[in-house]
Design a protein around this ligand. Structure first.
Ligand SMILES: [Cu+2]
Length: 512
């Protein structure tokens, strides 16, 4: 793999970031870059490094291997993700080209979420009260909320297109708290890659894109010369929760002389809680699985995990917290609500420092119940606190079935694994059936992703081969869930031979 690697280096200045955010610390994560053998530059705080303090810097070495398409980078300290972030575009290797006709132009389209106050203040308030965070005031497309909000009409992002040409939209979803539906009025979208891995072209009227996902989408400018809205809004499946119900827009403007409709037409977007609309899109993605783009889905599984994904509550003295019935909101994987250690797990593992984490992340939930029933037994809401990792041998073949539960409030959970892409081999609504459901797995052309939304009250099965030694974070990419503890990490041990060894730490790792 090494000979294909491209390496680039990013200097991260804590000082620069400090001027724009409330947090006195940060670090950044190259989302989806597998970073072979180099978790030191992966970024998540207390997993692979300590936060970069203001005024300090840290040089990250980004190693690209099999990625091709769009990925992105973002701050990965608390909710600072909506401050500094951006797209990473990985072109085909020299002498090769896309598995689709070369587009006329390529444009990043980055979805974001915006609050009138500082995001870190929103997080601090939510953690202080124990309740849900305040909903955002806007979603954004390339940094602007668009025409439907009172503030940014003149700055609305405009994509000028030539009639007859094809454009590649390099989409990234950096929204913090919801999944999103996105569409362009009168135009079809053809998805050609997800998370920097090509898929069979899928032509649709709208896409569902979850926090953490990147998608390459072709837009053919084949309509009458006019102005058309592109628009995104929340897909929020929690029952009875307040959410940001606004719609962000940008414009597709055909070049030429004509009188544009005023206002431009808006695209149809599914209802905010339409789970079928979401899974109907997500469940149709398929890898190319061709001679030129082969797949290698593990079939003999050495490590099986069945992981419940839950929102939880902790009791609060005098029922004085702002969560349901005066509780404090929490979240867990297999009933373990992840607690940040005092130093990063990678350092503790590498230097053999004890009492930082436990290596017994459970492969199964502590109790089996009807995970997706409407009414849940209240004591099951309370998780256990822990800093637990799963330990994998080098080249272990791993299957994880995520089971989303209806505790507290069932919803979709975009699960993101660092250090790897994984095959999404199956999904379904309701409870996973270990006898029947694996028979229906797609081992022929499953999509290769680094983030997959586990549907509300449903399950998703993923597989990957643990061929990248290090410490790798696995978490829900909805930031409030991540902060509440919907996280774990894998330690992937070294294998035999120099190519299977964790690299040594760089000299400028930030101290804790
Ligand atoms: Cu979640």
């Amino acid at each position: 793999m090494a000979s294909f690697m491209k390496i680039f280096v990013l200097h991260i200045l804590g000082l620069l970031l400090w001027s724009s955010i409330v947090a006195a610390k940060t670090h950044r994560h190259t989302h989806g870059v597998k970073m072979p053998r180099n978790p030191w530059s992966d970024g998540p705080e207390y997993i692979t490094q300590c936060p970069i303090q203001p005024g300090h810097n840290f040089t990250q070495t980004v190693i690209l291997s099999t990625e091709e398409g769009t990925l992105w980078w973002h701050a990965h300290s608390d909710w600072t993700r909506n401050t500094v972030h951006g797209a990473i575009v990985i072109y085909p290797k020299k002498g090769t080209s896309y598995p689709f006709p070369k587009p006329y132009a390529e444009i990043p389209v980055i979805l974001g979420e915006w609050w009138k106050s500082q995001t870190m203040a929103i997080q601090e308030e939510a953690l202080a009260t124990g309740g849900d965070p305040n909903v955002s005031d806007a979603y954004t497309i390339n940094g602007q909320p668009g025409d439907l909000y009172p503030c940014s009409r003149s700055d609305t992002f405009k994509l000028k297109v030539k009639q007859g040409k094809t454009y590649l939209l390099r989409m990234v979803n950096n929204v913090l708290q919801d999944l999103n539906f996105f569409a362009i009025a009168n135009h079809k979208l053809t998805v050609v890659a997800v998370d920097a891995s090509y898929v069979k072209p899928l032509t649709v009227d709208y896409i569902t894109i979850s926090p953490g996902q990147a998608m390459d989408v072709l837009l053919v400018a084949n309509q009458q010369k006019n102005h058309y809205y592109m628009a995104a809004k929340a897909y929020e499946s929690v029952f009875n929760i307040s959410y940001d119900n606004t719609t962000t827009t940008a414009l597709v403007e055909y070049i030429g002389n004509y009188t544009a409709s005023s206002p431009p037409s808006l695209p149809y977007l599914p209802l905010y809680n339409d789970t079928s609309a979401s899974v109907n899109f997500t469940g149709r993605l398929r890898s190319l699985a061709s001679k030129r783009y082969p797949i290698s889905v593990p079939t003999n599984i050495t490590n099986k995990y069945f992981v419940t994904v839950s929102v939880n509550t902790f009791p609060c003295a005098n029922n004085s917290c702002a969560g349901p019935n005066g509780t404090r909101l929490s979240a867990s994987l297999n009933n373990i609500s992840f607690q940040n250690p005092t130093i990063d797990i990678l350092q503790a593992y590498y230097k053999k420092i004890g009492h930082v984490y436990d290596d017994d992340f459970p492969t199964f939930p502590p109790v089996l119940f009807n995970f997706t029933a409407d009414y849940q037994y209240l004591p099951y809401e309370i998780p256990e606190k822990g800093t637990k990792v799963g330990v994998l041998k080098y080249n272990a073949t791993v299957e994880i079935v995520f089971q989303s539960t209806n505790l507290v409030g069932g919803t979709d959970h975009p699960m993101h694994l660092h250090g790897y892409s994984f095959y999404v081999v199956g999904w379904g609504l309701g409870n996973f059936d270990p006898n029947k459901d694996p028979l229906k797995y797609n081992l022929v052309d499953p999509p290769l992703q680094n983030t997959i939304a586990v549907p509300k009250n449903g399950w998703t099965a993923i597989r990957f081969q643990a061929d990248n030694p290090g410490v790798w974070f696995l978490h829900c990419h909805i930031d409030r869930h991540m902060t509440w503890g919907m996280d774990m990490a894998f330690i992937v041990k070294n294998g035999r031979g120099p190519e299977a060894q964790l690299l040594p730490p760089p000299p400028d790792m930030p101290p804790c």
